[in-house]
Design a protein around this ligand. Structure first.
Ligand code: PMP
Length: 422
């Protein structure tokens, strides 16, 4: 840690003072030999666990052939195959095309570029508590100031924020839709808006689930005004929610979807999939990147798809989600500080408040709980606009026994924190 503090800027945060030596499925061993159960999954990246043998084998095989050409210079088949697979998986009864990149932020940046090129409009609407990345455009879209945006402005122009519906905190679907419409009155004409970008379940924002009704009404609003709908599925995608894309469960087909994280089980690659005519709007040379769609990432992503089929991981996402939810609900029944348990599939979280009063978020307890969990050997992550949500993103490949062991650690850690509070 001392070397890290001297060599690495403090702006790069670190949830836990742990350095990994080895990872296997849902377990991690640190450089001092301690073992941890991993409920963070590298922030939603490890749906298939650490070092899944089939994914590692696919990447090793790729390493032996070639590692880089830059797809725009010398093309390679895995990029095309992965695009074909994603086109077939994405919801919507229309032709699709897929662009591959390296990070989630880069995928969001490109989706906005493509929306602007297609619509010839400039405005973009995002939502409060939304998270879309750390580059300047995506920070502009992100709907939370501290710590992400602090000191980094000004952000690109013509980005507006509407309210994300949140029944628990008193924002109805009607009010959320009205807040989009008020942007058309107060800030920018609807016919100058290129895109509305929305997470079907807000990740960093606190695992706030967008209802099918909200997404359907957003779709209708987009259709009415010729606006493109972009679903940011960087955290929800790749099977976390029980379907490959969370949007499938709403019956809504967005014009574009961004994905990254778990699509390649820990190898850096991201994607934008969308309507073919939309994706073809930028002229040749307008899209790409030196490392975009790296052969190693493509090999890993294709292996992830195989593992999902072979191990029936979509079904596992549902049963694991039910298991986590049931246990957290039982914990909530005994502990008033747990104001809410929510999620979709295996994307599950609990919100901590003073005496269960949602007007008083308990970020302090959340922080102490995550620290105590780590002390006990469980890597746990928080999220939420007020930092008071504990989220679980354990690999879908984890056994029930391991998940239960982790949940026991979580329960014991909570009991310790509450006892100290008394
Ligand atoms: N969008 C969403 C919904 C995310 O959860 C994230 C990452 N937490 C991003 C965008 C940015 O992805 P990356 O960190 O790979 O740039």
């Amino acid at each position: 840690m001392a070397r890290r503090r001297t060599a690495v800027p403090r702006g790069v945060g670190q949830s836990h003072e742990v350095f990994i030596a080895r990872g296997e499925n849902a377990e991690v061993w640190d450089v001092e030999g301690r073992r941890y159960i991993d409920f963070a999954g590298g922030i939603a990246v490890l749906n298939t666990g650490h070092c899944h043998p089939e994914i590692i084998a696919a990447v090793k095989a790729q390493l032996d052939n070639y590692t880089h050409t830059c797809f725009q210079v010398v093309a390679y088949e895995p990029y095309v195959e992965l695009a074909e697979r994603i086109n077939a998986l994405a919801p919507g009864n229309f032709d699709k095309k897929t662009l591959l990149l390296s990070s989630g932020s880069e995928a969001v940046e490109n989706a906005i570029k493509i929306a602007r090129a297609y619509t010839q409009r400039s405005g973009v609407i995002a939502f409060t508590s939304g998270y879309h990345g750390r580059t300047l455009l995506t920070l502009g879209l992100t709907g939370k100031v501290a710590p992400y945006k602090t000191g980094f402005g000004p952000f690109p122009a013509e980005i507006f924020h509407a309210q994300f519906p949140n029944a628990l905190h008193g924002v109805s679907v009607d009010e959320a839709i009205a807040s989009v419409e008020s942007i058309f009155k107060n800030d920018i004409e609807a016919n100058r808006v290129a895109a509305i970008i929305v997470e079907p379940v807000q990740g960093e924002g606190g695992f706030n689930v967008a209802s099918p009704e909200f997404l359907q009404r957003l779709r209708a609003l987009c259709d009415q005004h010729g606006i493109l709908m972009i679903a940011d599925e960087i955290q929800t995608g790749a099977g976390r929610t029980g379907t490959w894309f969370a949007m499938e469960q709403s019956g809504v087909a967005p014009d574009m979807i961004t994905m990254a994280k778990s699509m390649a089980g820990g190898f850096p690659i991201s994607a934008v999939v969308g309507r073919a005519e939309v994706m073809d709007a930028p002229a040749p040379g307008g899209l790409g990147g030196t490392y975009a769609g790296s052969p190693l990432g493509c090999a890993a992503a294709l292996a992830v798809l195989k593992v999902f089929e072979k191990e029936n991981l979509l079904e596992r996402s549902k049963t694991l989600g039910a298991r986590l939810t049931t246990r957290l609900q039982a914990l909530a029944a005994q502990n008033p500080c747990i104001a809410d348990v929510r999620g979709m599939g295996a994307m599950v979280a609990m919100e901590l408040c003073n005496n269960g009063d949602v007007r008083h978020p308990d970020a302090d307890l959340t922080k102490r709980l995550c620290a105590e969990a780590t002390r006990r050997g469980l890597i746990l992550l928080s999220c939420g606009t007020h930092g008071n949500v504990v989220r679980i993103l354990v690999p879908l490949t984890a056994s029930n026994a391991l998940v239960d062991e982790g949940l026991l650690m979580l329960e014991a850690a909570l009991a310790t924190c509450l006892a100290l509070q008394r």
